[in-house]
Design a protein around this ligand. Structure first.
Ligand SMILES: C[S@@+](CC[C@H](N)C(=O)[O-])C[C@H]1O[C@@H](n2cnc3c(N)ncnc32)[C@H](O)[C@@H]1O
Length: 214
């Protein structure tokens, strides 16, 4: 079974990827309006809730890599930190469905949660994907089954505490995939995982793939 060929999933991926391709125009518009603004911008009440208009999604190649890793490992419990509008969620959710497993994904931005929850339903993945709304460092405490694949793609400065939270939940042989580790804020995460001899880490582009040997 290849859910990436499913017409509902193909249609959702197409429209998300079209929207995500406009992120660079959104950046330009934001910069221009910041330069014109005479007033300081409104402070965001919660520093985690920002960038609501940006998709920040994985590329097609990264998405397929995530599908392949999740599907070939047969992980029954996949956890995602940072869904945004759900591009990577579709790839991981498709793999979860094809392996008869579950994806638990997380998102803190309320607008993104609304959109992503609706998108999961339209894609027909509601039986295999659960979206936890709120700070993933809180919501993921509730995960009480062995995690076979952990995908880190939320704010990079939280990768280290996220790894510390999820470490006791990883099954032996679990894979931890962390995106954008070239980002300065991900340095403490990389230092931690590279120093821990239970992990074998390799870099694929800007994604760190680490096998938890148990
Ligand atoms: C790079 S985007 C994720 C892109 C997504 N994985 C994709 O490929 O489409 C990062 C997302 O993580 C979310 N995020 C950041 N910190 C979070 C937290 N503590 N808990 C839950 N979500 C968080 C942000 O709101 C943002 O939407």
């Amino acid at each position: 079974m290849n859910s990436l060929a499913d017409r509902l999933i193909v249609s959702e991926l197409d429209s998300l990827q079209r929207e995500a391709a406009l992120d660079s125009q959104r950046w330009a518009a934001r910069k221009a309006s910041a330069q014109q603004s005479v007033k300081p911008t409104e402070p965001t009440p919660d520093p985690l809730i920002r960038m609501g208009e940006f998709y920040l999604g994985v590329s097609v190649d990264e998405g397929k890599l995530l599908y392949n890793l999740a599907r070939s490992s047969g992980a029954q419990c996949i956890v995602e930190f940072g869904a945004s509008y759900g591009i990577s969620t579709l790839y991981l959710g498709a793999a979860a469905r094809d392996s008869g497993g579950q994806l638990i994904t997380t998102e803190v931005h309320p607008d993104k949660c609304r959109a992503t929850r609706a998108m999961i339903g339209r894609a027909g993945l509601q039986d295999h994907v659960t979206l936890l709304e709120g700070d993933a460092l809180e919501t993921l405490r509730a995960v009480d089954e062995p995690v076979g694949l952990l995908f880190l793609d939320g704010w990079k400065g939280l990768y280290q505490p996220m790894l510390e939270l999820m470490l006791p939940k990883l099954s032996a042989g679990a894979l931890v995939a962390a995106d954008n580790v070239d980002h300065e804020a991900a340095a403490p995460y990389l230092a931690l995982i590279e120093a821990d001899q239970r992990f074998v880490t390799t870099l694929v582009g800007d994604m760190a793939l680490s096998c938890f040997t148990g």
